[in-house]
Design a protein around this ligand. Sequence first.
Ligand SMILES: *Cc1c(COP(=O)(O)O)cnc(C)c1O
Length: 567
Amino acid sequence: MIALDDFVRTAHIAYFTMEIALRPEIHTYSGGLGVLAGDTARTCADLDLPVAFVTLISRAGYLRQTIDAEGRQVEHPDPWRPEDWVTPLGAMVMLEIEGRAVWVRAWLYNQHNGTDFQVPVILLDTDVPENDPRDREITHYLYGGEQSYRLKQEMVLGIGGTRILRALGFDIHTFHMNEGHAAFLSLELLRNYELVSRKGITGEIAYDVGRVRNMCIFTTHTPVHAGFDRFPYPMVEEILGTTYFALDQLKLLAGDDSLNMTRLALNLSGYVNGVAKRHAETSRNMFPGYRVHAITNGVHAPTWVSPSFARLYDKYVPDWRHEPELLIWADKAPDREVWEAHQTSKRALIAEIEKASGVKMDPEIPLLGFARRMTGYKRADLMFQDLERLQRIYQKHPFQLVLAGKAHPRDGSGKKIIEDIHQHLHWLSDKIPVAYLPNYDTDVAAFLVSGCDVWLNTPLPPLEASGTSGMKAAINGLLNLSVLDGWWYEACIEGTTGWAIGDGSEDTSHDQDSADLYEKLEKVVLPLYYGDRDRWIWMMKQTVSKIGSYYNSHRMMRRYAADAYIR
Ligand SMILES: *Cc1c(COP(=O)(O)O)cnc(C)c1O
């Protein structure tokens, strides 16, 4: 066990994130953003990068999903016990919320991957007896409650997190905001450097804006204005108060009509990036005048590679865990061994599907997978536009289909999608082997992204900022069949690393894209699986060597280190 003192001495970069997927038993994540943060922490530990992570304790978790007989999502609480996994730290800090003193304490999680290196994850907690009962719940529910609840959480994260790092003795010189949720940290830093200099963004601001910008990095994940966290100023005045930061000056930084967390982060960060090349381009158009770099996301290879592929890589590219870039040589592996590794993962998934749903699938029939947050723009219903066509395709070239995904409890249309999909699956169930796995989480994801043959993604461009499940799939030799959006826009080489649906244009239609999906399945993907297995395996190897070697989080963190952390 490493002592906190060692971390305090070595970590000079802080990574703030609302959610983080550390391990399946710790329910401090809901989806892609948290999985990315977890992969980032695992990579920092592998690479011995001097980073401390800051997040909320989220004792009540996000949600555990079951599906009822009508195909509707049922939401259960999904708590976890910090006592079992993390260590309480002595320090407490205070911030004022709604005029009340709110105390924040911290817990420590040691992220280590069996090497000598580890990184600290600080989890913030307001559930202390000193606090008003209303405030004890601020850090309970991940993405729960009203807008005012979210504002309080973001204050605890940004302001409380910055204060606790200082109270613990950290000397942080670089603050990385993973999405706008953490942007209050930049205000807190401005307050620390109040009156140090009179040169702000306007003559009146007596804060050292330049110094704070030099310290801050902002990674945006949201390609639409509607996706940004915004708080009306009357609410801000009530909750943040008027003495913390003068309102007229806050408006200069965060927008006139409402406090826009993305704008705040943009204005106070010296390095801003989108999470894929196309997303950075979209962001530049949304925010003319700001320099937005691109650092495309990546996934933590040792976490996401299945046991059978890990054995294969150990044999042919021995140092792949520390240097996944070496997967560029993975095509050295003989075809027969690649296929055997794949079939092993596929049989493991098929066993899980049977356990969870009772549906028996066949390892010799191609298995298509689709799993993601169920929400409008991801268009999970795209493949169900024409059920009879799907059935006709099946009669020519049999295939199987597995899906999974949760909808946010307040996303009515997302929940409707789950219900509709279940009706489609019900209709299809005596014609095509289909299954929907409940409670999509990192455990379920690990089986899916290694055990399917084809990984589907059908977002409405340009709304998928990056997407990472397709990278996890590729690193296990699955072939992606996806709309040209997010990371796939840059990674797709048609017929080599996978296939495109549509041409990526923004003015596409549901009907057009679903027709294109059916066309590709019927004429290209399924015939190749049945007709030219050698070519299929060649594509699997191309996918691993071209995508696995680049879309991994080691490459991503080396980029953050070289481009963003060292400036
Ligand atoms: C990887 C992952 C995601 C993100 O995948 P997308 O392709 O971005 O949708 C979401 N949820 C879980 C559980 C994951 O493992």
